[in-house]
Write a protein that binds this ligand. Sequence first.
Ligand SMILES: O=P(O)(O)OC[C@H]1O[C@H](O)[C@H](O)[C@@H](O)[C@@H]1O
Length: 291
Amino acid sequence: MIELPTSVRPIERAGGLTFLKIDAPGGTGELCLQGAHLTSWIPRDRSPVLWMSARSRFAPGLPLRGGIPLCFPWFNFYAHHRDAPQHGFARVLPWTLLRVRERGDAVELALQLRDNPMTRATVWPYRFELTMTITLGMELQLALEVTNRDAKKFTFEEAFHTYFAIGDVRRTQVTGLEGLDYLIDGQGFAAEGRPLDPGPFGIGRRYSPANSGVILDAGNRRAISVNSEESNGVVVWNPGPATAKTIDDFSDDGWSTMLCFETCNVGEAAVTLGPGESHHMGARFSVAPLD
Ligand SMILES: O=P(O)(O)OC[C@H]1O[C@H](O)[C@H](O)[C@@H](O)[C@@H]1O
């Protein structure tokens, strides 16, 4: 591994996964090298912003439940390939740490994933390079750069599938998406200006075009702002109690204290790159007290 500043320390965790513990002046965090997956971000003197399931698995090749899974090169299922792993392979592969820099109150980490024989044997066989840059301090910034290293063009989907920790989903509102078009994939209710109601089967809305919003987390008396760049959609997801029971790495009441607010380019907003071309998607998260 590259040389690390004192603010970043590698640790081995359950299941043999390697994590980096980050202790920046502006906040602390934990990053799993599998999936370039951030599992914790705690701005200095604040409470945790990311939710992790108490029942998450931690094992090579299995997705973690919570934090910020990175979905690539597809979201949900890949076309008619129902046996392809949900949300693509990037979240379950080991990434290489390229660079760590201390920047003001934050630490910036850059990680890379390239195609390998395993990815080339999947339904998405192209040569690619991904660079994920995470800047963690009082604010959190994510930037994903996708480069086509193939001789052919390719099309991909991408998402930061962020799980936010909230006091109680039924006392939470989302603003900034009012009046935007959305697709419904869930029976819960997310009326503008009213607290969310996941009902038994949850909320699953993809707004498009959309890229920013604010989660009014009354339970923790805070507002979490999400501002995205070069992303066309936002997915708001909570499984609700009945669906959560069918997901074995969700604890029975875990659904009530999480909300996914996902920055994405999926469906009709999938990105096509020609040989040598790159695409960047970014997101910035910040937290402020709510009176
Ligand atoms: O269980 P996962 O593969 O992590 O996916 C979790 C969820 O992600 C998205 O929000 C999808 O819209 C949901 O349908 C899916 O259940």
